[in-house]
Ligand binder design. Sequence first.
Ligand code: 5GP
Length: 268
Amino acid sequence: MKQKKLLYAGKAKSVYHTDVEGKLIVEFRDDITAFDGGKKDVLKNKGSYNAEVSAFFFDYLEKNGVKTHFISMMDPRHVVVRELGMIPLEVIVRNIAAGSIVRNYPFKEGTKLSPPVIVIDFKDDTRHDPMLNDDLIIALKLATPAELRAIRKSALEINRLLYTLLAKQGILLVDFKIEFGRQGKTIRLGDEISMDSMRLWDKVTRESLDKDVYRFNKGDVMATYNRVARRITTRTARPAAMKKKPVAAQKIRYESSGRAAKPKAKKR
Ligand code: 5GP
């Protein structure tokens, strides 16, 4: 498959057309930003850590019945995906109170949210991603009521699968942001799930293992991303604790060579 012209460049990813109808290539760049782009840096190899973790999660979710855009990993920072019509919603699932929910509401950081709280923001940088409610989503024609129901159901299922998978690695899934798109009438999970879009805490020490390390200068960002990527992708999940048995997480494979997806350590 050949990479063709640029379709879209976001803050940390670029999306390219390909010579195959309906397929795109996503490039995970080394750019990292926070606070609406107010803080930015380029951190060598960040893109490959996020690509690896995101591809691992998408592959795992697909194998457990979640419809996603993921097709295969091309190389350590490029992923082949199905082309979707992206819906400009940022769906945030929260299991533990942290971040903006603590700043904006009377929650104490670390409080368990059971059932999980779903918050949906309007993906619009010029308006600073304001929070939406169902009526606004329908009135703005961003999604139909049926699509919104499908998005919520899928978000909760993704949360259940990832929370359980990460718990087995001693990691608490505090919260995460996901985005969906349409392929015909089918709603699929798009974008990425990585250290840039999740809040992860070590179960024992409660140490941050995600972009909060960058946002709040908590330590060496790349050492953390490397460590957490190894922790997430190198052990196999055991399905015993799950109600609906998930397919065990396996190594994803490169499309071209069939080698395991783990990038070579020396390239980092
Ligand atoms: P908060 O609302 O607390 O800032 O973010 C909640 C969760 O969603 C965090 O895991 C955060 O990383 C993620 N998140 C929120 N907005 C964005 C965004 O615009 N881009 C990315 N990549 N993640 C986001």
